[in-house]
Design a protein around this ligand. Structure first.
Ligand SMILES: [Zn+2]
Length: 507
């Protein structure tokens, strides 16, 4: 097979090679070839780019890339994006050089019942629908590919973080969808955003496409019949990215689409139905006061039973994702669905997902497919997926911060404790925020909770000024304090140090 060598058009000292086997992998607009060592790919746009399109691609591979990767902590973003880093040309066609996908993003097994997906890339669509998870479905993925429910929170954190960084660099993705992310629920590494070459630089390079069907924002779909120069025409931008992001997060946590109910099923033709369901009349399937769209006739027909619990809105309502995410889903799909300015930012999603991680409990049923669920604040705590009653008491720590001397205010943040849960600086000090900028020193645990001789205790490993306020007693490093109902703990006397008030739930 011939190996072709091409010079970079940005730096003529650099060359790239690809193997022309005559059968490139075909993407939406590009033909993709591997380099001989498979460390990168050369992806050629099938049609000749015009001047602006070429400028845009060059800008993404140079200035835009540097603004994200060549700054403090820039290397972190290699975990989040698959970003083009050079440009070549052949026979008038433009090609971009993109890192090859990491091997964790290829199926080891794929489907449970056949080898069709084995070795294929883990495109995000495989993980966004109940059709690929239900045990009696022909297209069920093997259990070894699915991960547990908690791993999808990491998937969502990575995507939210990726969108946050693009937006803070003044960019818009413009076609965020399950087709443009790779997902790995098995290793805990989450997700990677691909196909970055469609990025929109607002005001400079207009979007090329209006997006992917499930993710197009209502205002874009509702105005797509207007000409591009019509001031009422809405094109993809950062606010439409935020719609797509909310849809992705909803789909990765609940494996159904938030707007594709059965509102118009059988009443109108398909195109009109799509415009209504996803466009000007779009309605959240779980709208609290309008239940017109609250059924899945269109998506699942008579197969509703097969895809439970995800098709059972009473059993798996969106509120099982916990209070922080519920609030953002309300903002995205009720307030902000037709009012883009109300949509939650990517940073708000990231922080809500991370805070929700502190509300997790491991299901008491070892066979449970989801393994983890979010504490729901009710007296009788059960796993929403398998209905198993939680088999222990649950210490809940509500966090407070010092507003001024002796005045403590609630943080709207809590920690739900289970055996071996660890405590970190982002819990004990409000000045430490858990995001990609967190330094290693702030990642280590400062102590842990244990259920020991029928008592809950906290073991102090690193807190230099931990105090049991209720008993007026210092808790030195290496010792432990019993966790009891009503107890007040001061984690740290430092600036930003928090107080926790304990409630023992599920008695
Ligand atoms: Zn369970």
């Amino acid at each position: 097979m011939p190996t072709i060598t091409l010079k970079s058009i940005l730096d003529n000292t650099k060359t790239y090679q690809y193997v022309d086997n005559g059968e490139p992998m075909r993407g939406g607009v590009k033909d993709v070839y591997f380099s001989p060592d498979k460390s990168y790919v050369v992806a050629f746009f099938r049609t000749k780019l015009d001047f602006n399109q070429k400028e845009r691609v060059i800008s993404i591979a140079t200035i835009k890339k540097d603004s994200i990767f060549n700054v403090d902590n820039g290397q972190y973003w290699k975990n989040i994006y698959c970003w083009p880093y050079d440009v070549v040309e052949k026979d008038g066609l433009t090609g971009i050089i993109v890192p090859a996908y990491d091997k964790r993003f290829f199926f080891k097994q794929g489907y449970a019942n056949n080898d069709i997906l084995k070795g294929k890339e883990k495109n995000g669509k495989w993980f966004a629908s109940a059709k690929f998870r239900a045990s009696n479905s022909k297209t069920k993925l093997d259990n070894s590919e699915l991960g547990n429910w908690l791993s999808y929170f990491q998937v969502c954190v990575n995507i939210a973080r990726g969108v946050k960084r693009l937006h803070s660099a003044g960019l818009a993705h413009s076609d965020l969808s399950y087709n443009n992310v790779l997902i790995d629920p098995t290793s805990g590494s989450g997700a990677n955003i691909i196909d970055i070459d469609g990025l929109v630089v607002p005001g400079k390079y207009p979007p090329e496409v209006i997006g992917t069907a499930d993710f197009i924002a209502p205002e874009v779909l509702a105005t797509k019949h207007l000409s591009k120069t019509d001031p009422n025409r809405k094109l993809p931008n950062q606010k439409t990215d935020l719609h797509a992001l909310a849809v992705l997060i909803y789909m990765y946590l609940l494996y159904r689409h938030p707007l594709r109910g059965g509102n118009y099923f059988g009443q109108i033709d398909e195109i009109e139905e799509e415009n209504f369901l996803m466009g000007s009349k779009a309605l959240f399937i779980e709208h609290p006061t309008d239940n017109k769209n609250r059924n899945f006739k269109r998506e699942y027909g008579d197969n509703l039973e097969k895809f439970k619990p995800w098709t059972d809105l009473a059993k798996t309502p969106y509120t099982i994702t916990g209070p922080y995410l519920k609030e953002l889903f309300d903002q995205a799909f009720i307030k902000g669905l037709h009012n883009p300015i109300e949509r939650p930012t990517a940073d708000a999603w990231e922080q809500a997902l991370i805070k929700t991680n502190d509300l997790k409990l491991e299901c008491s049923n070892k066979q449970c497919e989801q393994k983890w669920f979010i504490y729901n604040n009710t007296k009788d705590t059960k796993c929403p997926f398998c209905n198993t009653k939680y088999n222990n008491t649950i210490p809940v720590l509500d966090l407070f911060y010092q507003f001024k001397p002796n005045v403590w205010k609630p943080e709207n943040q809590r920690i739900v404790v289970y055996n071996n849960a660890t405590l970190h600086r982002w819990h004990t000090n409000r000045n430490i925020i858990r995001n990609e900028k967190l330094v290693d020193n702030d990642k280590v645990s400062e102590g842990y909770f244990a259920f020991h001789n029928n008592k809950w205790v906290f073991v102090n490993q690193k807190l230099t000024s931990l105090k049991d306020v209720t008993e007026d007693k210092e808790i030195p490093i290496g010792s432990m304090v019993e966790i009891t109902n009503g107890k007040k703990l001061l984690f740290s006397k430092e600036d930003g140090g928090r107080v926790a008030i304990i409630t023992i739930a599920n008695n």
